[in-house]
Design a protein around this ligand. Structure first.
Ligand SMILES: Nc1ncnc2c1ncn2[C@@H]1O[C@H](COP(=O)(O)OP(=O)(O)OP(=O)(O)O)[C@@H](O)[C@H]1O
Length: 622
């Protein structure tokens, strides 16, 4: 063991277990690298799971502290009609709205007010945490409530260039799913409409002969409760959405299938543009149905979780007298009002923590029965008009919001407690942020380690391939090379070979026979001369943990290489001086003339080889 560099030892920066054969060739086992990388990945994943659990618990605390039923209020900008200046009767603070009109001054508290200048992005930022909750396995319900024409559809669907909550939420779900390497998610979408108190499937296969208003039986879906308490709409189309593009396509299709009828309230409804597009005389007004979009989230992680995200544009809440509706439209109006009043009753029962909650009073509340109560998160965005004309409706809508909001008993708390609460919320926010940042870092680490692992595996299998091609020998996990130190001393000086005595692979340990022979002092291993130097190495070798191509190449001419720590083990190696000469790319031509026997020296091989063959090889060393 005589080599010059580094005090007689050639040091090569290998994580892999490497051994010089008596022929001067180097054996590199990637088994150790591969298992080390696998261990590293599993440790990173375990840390990731732990962090995810912590983040979820913190998010739960945060949402519970904020209130599991939150109520926001959004005020639509004033619309000037007939060039008349319309007076705004609403003044706002961050969590308070004051409605002032002749003989009226009423104050309402909500969790957050979005004034007339607030953007779609402002609203969505407040919605985001609750979406994470849906991804974490909670049922979530986001409802837009308010008088016709106050901006429910604008908030939920949005318009071109100003996307609303639904398309943004879908985008957010896919974006989160692609970033989360600890779990995989699958999503599906359903869309339905509550029409005259019945449910209409908006994604059902098209029936050309059936117009929306004529779907009497086809749209009368029933709601079922499973034994576990989950709710299902029988026969409702549920479409798998593998990607964002497909999700948007289905969502647009559902939107187009929505039905409307006309009243004289909504001259500013989002549906008005349809008439302009179709060059018809615009009708006076529309009355919208209650439309529901359901995203079902399946999270496949350590455990399998299923949750529902409901995104609901509730029908216009105006009083029927004001709508001037008659006939069928009047019936629709009544049905919408019934649904909304049933929703109000459910919320009131939840607020009073009643044992009986009247979910069965409408289809709407039946569908939502597993998404409004315990463990669920609800967000209601109440929409109001700032116009004096609408003061009655505005007060009604805000009263409804007040009822919903007081489900949480700790609403009107003293200032000191409010400050403490704000402080705690900020702390929880920071904890979540930190956990998410660390998760991102871990994701990156895992990604890199997986790439290294793949490289190692490829390398190992390509060498195995060469081994078996050359000799039809069994597969091995060894890379075999040769180091010649004379040509390139520099890299070899820097280089370092690490061989861990305690972790030698199975193939390096002595057999009973060899130990007997060894103890009898009947043999010694002398380093044979190099006969078949190999100076090509698998080009795929790369990365800090690999036996890099350049290092191999530079070191390829080393005549004599030693591993002091491996000397004892070498004695028991079943090695012949001239039998290994392998490159993944080609076989060295200089070695071609010499008789070549390629053997593989993997633990698996030793295990597989018949014992007598093994003994014969061992005896050839003595
Ligand atoms: N915050 C807002 N900023 C700008 N425009 C808005 C805003 N809110 C609503 N609008 C506009 O006001 C009009 C009415 O809004 P929208 O149709 O969304 O009301 P709606 O409550 O959904 O009515 P409906 O009950 O008929 O569905 C639309 O033209 C919409 O673009």
């Amino acid at each position: 063991m005589e080599k010059e560099a580094m005090g007689g030892h050639v040091m090569v920066p290998l994580e892999s277990l490497s051994l010089e054969l008596p022929s001067g060739e180097i054996l590199v086992s990637y088994d150790k690298d591969i298992s080390a990388l696998q261990e590293e990945i599993s440790a990173l994943r375990s840390r990731q799971r732990h962090l995810d659990q912590r983040r979820r618990e913190t998010l739960d605390k945060l949402i519970d502290l904020k209130g599991s039923i939150r109520v926001f209020c959004r005020i639509r900008p004033l619309i000037q009609t007939n060039n008349l200046k319309v007076k705004s009767l609403v003044t706002v603070e961050q969590e308070k709205i004051t409605v002032k009109s002749v003989g009226i001054k009423k104050e309402f508290s909500v969790d957050r007010v979005f004034d007339q200048g607030s953007t779609q992005e402002d609203v969505f930022q407040e919605v985001k945490p609750i979406l994470r909750s849906a991804l974490d396995g909670h049922n979530v319900c986001i409802l837009a409530y308010g008088q016709t024409g106050t901006g429910k559809t604008y908030t939920m669907e949005g318009i071109d260039g100003k996307l609303g909550i639904v398309p943004r939420a879908i985008q957010e779900l896919f974006s989160h799913a692609s970033e989360d390497s600890s779990s995989t998610y699958s999503f599906s979408i359903s869309m339905l409409e509550v029409y005259l108190g019945s449910l209409r499937d908006l994604l059902a296969p098209r029936q050309p002969l059936l117009r929306p208003m004529e779907c009497s039986t086809a749209c009368n879906l029933s709601v079922l409760a499973t034994k576990s308490g989950a709710v299902e709409v029988e026969g409702l189309t549920d479409v798998a959405i593998p990607d964002l593009k497909k999700a948007n396509q289905w969502y647009c299709r559902g939107r187009r299938a929505r039905s409307t009828s006309w009243t004289n309230v909504n001259d500013v409804s989002s549906r008005s543009h349809w008439w302009v597009d179709n060059l018809f005389q615009p009708p006076t007004f529309t009355l919208s149905m209650c439309s529901l979009t359901r995203i079902t989230i399946r999270r496949h992680g350590a455990t399998e979780e299923l949750s529902k995200l409901w995104l609901i544009d509730l029908g216009g809440s105006e009083r029927l007298l004001k709508t001037g509706a008659t006939g069928l439209t009047m019936d629709e109006g009544k049905a919408i009002n019934l649904s909304l009043s049933a929703l109000g009753d459910v919320i009131a029962a939840l607020r009073r923590k009643r044992s009986h909650v009247p979910y069965r009073n409408s289809k709407l509340t039946q569908i939502l029965s597993d998404s409004l109560g315990d463990g669920s998160k609800v967000l209601m965005v109440v929409h109001i008009s700032p116009s004096e004309d609408d003061v009655g409706e505005t007060v009604c809508s805000l009263s409804f919001a007040k009822r919903a909001r007081s489900i949480e008993s700790n609403r009107d708390i003293p200032e000191v407690l409010k400050t403490l609460k704000q402080k705690r919320l900020a702390e929880l926010d920071k904890e979540i942020f930190d956990a998410e940042e660390e998760q991102k870092y871990l994701n990156e680490q895992i990604r890199r380690t997986e790439i290294s692992l793949e490289e190692k595996k490829k390398l190992s299998s390509s060498v195995c391939q060469v081994l078996s091609d050359e000799k039809g020998s069994p597969r091995s996990t060894l890379v075999v090379g040769h180091i010649d130190a004379t040509e390139s001393p520099r890299p070899t000086e820097k280089a370092k070979i690490r061989v861990s005595q305690g972790s030698v692979p199975h193939f390096m340990s002595s057999t009973v026979c060899s130990r007997q022979r060894h103890s009898a002092g009947s043999h010694s291993v002398s380093k044979p001369k190099l006969t078949n130097p190999v100076n090509r190495y698998p080009a795929e070798l790369s990365g800090s943990q690999s036996f890099s191509y350049s290092i191999c190449k530079n070191a390829a001419k080393a005549r004599s290489v030693a591993f002091s720590s491996s000397a004892a083990k070498m004695k028991s190696l079943p090695v012949k001086s001239d039998h290994i000469n392998i490159s993944s790319n080609s076989i060295d031509s200089t070695a071609a003339s010499a008789p070549r026997r390629r053997e593989s020296f993997g633990s698996r091989l030793v295990q597989r080889a018949p014992l007598h063959q093994h003994r014969r090889r061992m005896s050839s060393l003595t």
